[in-house]
Ligand binder design. Structure first.
Ligand SMILES: C[S@@+](CC[C@H](N)C(=O)[O-])C[C@H]1O[C@@H](n2cnc3c(N)ncnc32)[C@H](O)[C@@H]1O
Length: 301
């Protein structure tokens, strides 16, 4: 990417933002999502359980000399299990101006550096700005995806986030707060749509306030809300309630962080119907592609 020689991360972000608008990034063609290569991988650590790190992620972490991780969001068991001999540094409390040179200098000194984000870096991560700043300084980077906490919560609840006859859509969202202004808080709109499973990240400390806003917006107080705390960790916990009751229950449990708030019937599997895939369509044979013979060649699996 454009190299102005400056070491200011904001300069890198500005340059990448402008470049992105111009043309397709050639690195997109050069690398598939599962490839491992030169540079610093930005790895999704998964929701917490060390077993939920991908095979590629694990291999990279095992080979690393320096692991920069997302502090308490990454289970320390995972660090102990896979990289006990590596230097580990928490990114909590460090700004880009500190993090980027830390990773760049280690990489340029020939050390294997990995950056571990919680869940998947694509969801409420701040990976891209670090990647752009590193690339701007000549350090290649790439992403290794992980299991986002919504998927772990669905596994805990033994359900699907999309469920035939119940939920056709999933919203990954967050409540208003320091980062999001009230006009950009769309939780009430997602809930109003009815067939959306709304997964609220970064809202554990404000469940009661979020529910009050939903009630003020006229949402049904009996709408199911399920809070999954620390999905896949040893102290995982599930609190069930409704828009009308869940705030009090989460406050009573004392959780202020690290939980996912799932709004909608899918969390309870209420009222779902069997899918076409294993019904009438099952007997119509597979097409040449081997995929189920639906009108558009795509079906649930
Ligand atoms: C900064 S965001 C990072 C999300 C992460 N990138 C992901 O894909 O899950 C942190 C929020 O993710 C959610 N979260 C992360 N790990 C979780 C877990 N194990 N169980 C439930 N929620 C979790 C919480 O809502 C927390 O406030």
């Amino acid at each position: 990417m454009t190299d102005t020689g400056a070491a200011d991360p904001q300069t890198a972000i500005d340059a990448e933002t402008a470049a992105g608008a111009r043309e397709r990034d050639p690195r997109i063609e050069a690398r598939n999502a599962g490839d491992v290569g030169e540079g610093i991988p930005f790895i999704g650590a998964g929701p917490g359980d060390p077993g939920l790190l991908t095979v590629t992620g694990r291999e990279l972490v095992e080979d690393a000399d320096l692991v920069v991780h997302a502090g308490s969001l990454v289970n320390s068991d995972l660090l102990e299990e896979y990289c006990a001999d590596a230097e580990t540094v928490s990114s909590i409390g460090k700004d880009l101006e500190e993090l980027v040179p830390l990773m760049r200098d280690a990489y340029e000194a020939g050390r294997d550096v990995v950056r571990l984000h919680s869940g998947d870096p694509a969801i409420y991560g701040a990976a891209v700005e670090q990647m752009d700043a590193l690339e701007h300084e000549g350090v290649p980077t790439y992403i290794v995806p992980g299991v986002t906490s919504s998927f772990a919560a669905a596994a805990t609840l033994r359900t699907q986030l999309t469920l035939n006859g119940v939920a056709n859509h999933v919203a990954f969202t967050r409540p208003q707060g320091k980062t999001l202004v009230p006009e950009d808080d769309h939780i009430a709109e997602f809930v109003e749509m009815g067939d959306v499973t709304t997964c609220v990240y970064l809202g554990t400390h404000a469940v009661a306030e979020t529910m009050d806003r939903l009630l003020d917006a006229g949402r049904d107080p009996d709408t199911p809300v399920t809070v999954v705390y620390h999905a896949s960790w040893p102290d995982e916990d599930v609190i069930e309630g409704t828009i009308g009751t869940i705030g009090e229950r989460v406050e009573a449990a004392g959780y202020r962080a690290s939980a996912l708030v799932v709004i909608g019937d899918a969390a309870r599997k209420e009222g779902y119907e069997r899918s076409y895939l294993y019904g009438d369509w099952a007997n119509r044979g597979a097409g040449e592609s081997g995929e189920n013979d639906t009108a558009n060649g795509e079906a649930d699996d």
